[in-house]
Write a protein that binds this ligand. Structure first.
Ligand code: ADP
Ligand code: MG
Length: 288
């Protein structure tokens, strides 16, 4: 991670602005995650206990690809990053919100509620770069704002690409809007770099895995249509949060069981399994 350059535009961010839920929006590589980390730390430096809600399942800051993640500061005033406090994770199952808008929105809301229940005094929400109307990005952001009811929306713009999302917000008394130019320090990543980053992240995680055999009639199984060798899956707790990811090794339909590989040490807390559309080749360590 390069050294953070604080933009002069950010000077408007004071104690009064940095409250409640703060949503950071912008296309890919506009500096959303960098700004979100800065906001988290500024809130902590003001003596509060912030939460970081990472809702980018493609280029995650806190967790694994295909998941949304929450982490709280350990205590009020603690600006350690990544945060050292309690965490929660929600499985979307895909590396883009396209075609997966419902789990994306539901996951954001579940994690926001969790952050509040855990005692977060402000919640910084980092987002995925899908903002284009034709791809569903405008609808996703519009309804995410409606659902999370942020006190502050910060948009990072190169040109006027965010305007379709921003213009009603300028007149909506429910939300404060700050519209920043993209920092000259923001560096673009190629599609190949994004794929490589996801791959390294998943490969390193799955490498520590051990085998588990799960009897399918003993557990709640969601999205069974994706169950096949190499399918990515989430091992979920009794509240539907993700305890860990796994990859299907073998399906034994006769025995009604699957063999999977996951770094999760044991299955005792696992209440459900959810399969997703992502497929991971265990031997070649690539996304299929
Ligand atoms: N204000 C800044 N100071 C220094 N580097 C920055 C700044 N904003 C963005 N960058 C760099 O640009 C790249 C993309 O930024 P990032 O925050 O990951 O964007 P996004 O989350 O919108 O995809 C990263 O390498 C990041 O370090
Ligand atoms: Mg980011």
């Amino acid at each position: 991670m390069s050294e953070l350059v604080v933009s002069p535009q950010w000077a408007v961010l004071d104690g009064e602005t940095l409250q409640g839920t703060i949503l950071v929006l912008g296309e890919s590589d506009t500096g959303k995650s960098t700004l979100a980390r800065y906001l988290f730390q500024e809130i902590a430096r003001r003596g509060m206990r912030p939460a970081y809600l990472d809702s980018d399942m493609g280029q995650s800051t806190l967790g694994l690809p295909a998941t949304l993640n929450l982490a709280l500061a350990q205590d009020a005033g603690d600006d350690e990053f990544p945060p050292g406090g309690p965490r929660a994770s929600f499985f979307v199952g895909a590396i883009t919100p396209r075609g997966h808008m419902l789990p994306t929105l539901v996951g954001c809301k579940r994690l926001q509620d969790r952050a509040l229940a855990l005692g977060a005094q402000a919640i910084v929400v980092d987002t995925n770069g899908l903002v284009e109307r034709a791809q569903g990005g405008k609808a996703l952001k519009e309804w995410k704002i409606e659902l999370l009811a942020p006190a502050l929306v910060i948009a990072l713009q190169r040109g006027s690409e965010m305007e379709p999302i921003l213009w009603p917000l300028r007149r909506d008394g429910r939300v404060r809007l700050l519209d920043f130019r993209v920092s000259p320090q923001a560096v673009r990543r190629s599609r190949e770099q994004r794929i490589a980053r996801r791959r390294e992240c998943l490969a390193a995680y799955v490498r520590q895995a051990r085998q588990h055999v799960v009897a399918m009639n003993r557990i709640a199984v969601y999205d069974l249509e994706y169950m096949a060798p190499s399918a990515l899956l989430a091992l979920q707790d009794d509240e539907g949060f993700c305890l860990g990811l796994g990859v299907v090794q073998e399906v034994d339909r006769g025995a009604g069981s699957i063999a999977l590989r996951s770094p999760l040490p044991g299955m005792d807390r696992v209440a459900s399994i959810r399969f997703g559309p992502v497929r991971w080749d265990l031997s070649r360590e690539i996304e299929l």
